[in-house]
Design a protein around this ligand. Sequence first.
Ligand SMILES: NC(=O)c1ccc[n+]([C@@H]2O[C@H](COP(=O)([O-])OP(=O)(O)OC[C@H]3O[C@@H](n4cnc5c(N)ncnc54)[C@H](O)[C@@H]3O)[C@@H](O)[C@H]2O)c1
Length: 315
Amino acid sequence: MCSHAWGCAHRPFGQAETSRRVYAPRMKDLANRTAWITGAASGIGLALAHRLATEGVRLILVDVEAEPLAAAESALRAAGAQVLAIRADVSSATEMAAAAQRAFDTFGTVHILCNNAGVGGGGGPMWQLSDSDWTWAIDVNLRGVTHALRLLLPRLIESGEEGHVVNTASIAGLTSTPFMGPYTATKHAVVALSECLAKELELTGAKVGVSVLCPGFVKTQINTSHRNRPRAADSAPRPLSAAATKFAQVLDQLVNAGIPPERVADDVVRAIKEPRFYILTHPEMKPQVEHRMRQILDEKQPGIDPLFRQLFTGV
Ligand SMILES: NC(=O)c1ccc[n+]([C@@H]2O[C@H](COP(=O)([O-])OP(=O)(O)OC[C@H]3O[C@@H](n4cnc5c(N)ncnc54)[C@H](O)[C@@H]3O)[C@@H](O)[C@H]2O)c1
């Protein structure tokens, strides 16, 4: 433990925290609760919906893609779940407000908020990105989360019932990846706002836990996110530099070789019950996080990950 006179709790790297009481409301039994899942028509959100259904949770599925959403709704109903499917764009405050109202009218209080919808965002060197590359990523990945918190959390807190918020960030929210500026910046923001939220709920004594999901590569449709991109004057695909093109190809391979989303859904349900704040689905990526933290504390230039250096040698 450090020797600061004001009693700060900072410890040398790698030493486990033992003395500080941790405030972490837990939901051991999820049956008959209601969950809100955005991005529920595909990938992690869809797997989460199926996993929560096996726990007896009522489901509100929110997604911008109508057909996959209808297919998800039918499959979950056929499996015996109580489901409300709402086509809505998480980046729209108006559509989210209408969706929240429909959720309340149908099931009352929402206990589990899975703010999961996300898009890859524009890729490439930051100085080549368009304005809408940034607004698209910020509006979906960040404001999609803040809309849900603003619209759904007050009623849960007022109810006095137990609840849990799961915000989907990414391992990219704990590291820094070149050629993914908007995605990385929004995922860092989701990690930061989740940490603030957990502290705010603790200080106000709410019975609501928080987790932030930080997966590595998961085999989903994330690399075709542009299928849902709103048209803007500057949103047409542009030729990428050689390095950014290579990066996009490598990213495709890594996502296609990623873990199944069902494993992530298992981790999330375990984290709600334990409870656990940071959900890191890929333990082998933890050294990258530790390396970044070490560079910050040592006040060093952010180094390029050896994997990236190897990939881009000769480009
Ligand atoms: N797949 C990975 O390797 C990976 C890694 C880390 C984090 N994540 C995060 O996981 C989350 C889920 O992504 P996924 O990998 O399952 O991808 P996915 O593309 O398979 O699923 C994302 C879902 O979000 C929906 N969506 C997109 N924009 C939306 C909008 N504006 N409003 C409502 N719904 C919208 C899509 O229609 C889709 O159904 C994202 O936040 C993503 O950033 C994914």
